[in-house]
Design a protein around this ligand. Structure first.
Ligand code: ZN
Length: 51
């Protein structure tokens, strides 16, 4: 059985319990707006210089 390292939420830095997925946490804990803002922020960093 492979041991998976704990997942940390990229928004609030919470460490998730193994029985919860990041998706569950995002949906249950954060608003849609928070998640979208994070995704856009990450895309900006990744795509810096391409615009
Ligand atoms: Zn979180």
């Amino acid at each position: 059985m492979a041991f998976e390292p704990p997942v940390t939420c990229p928004i609030c830095q919470d460490t998730l319990t193994p029985d919860r997925t990041l998706e569950d946490h995002l949906v249950g804990t954060h608003t849609h707006r928070e998640v979208v803002r994070y995704l856009l922020f990450r895309r900006e960093r990744v795509g810096a210089g391409t615009i």
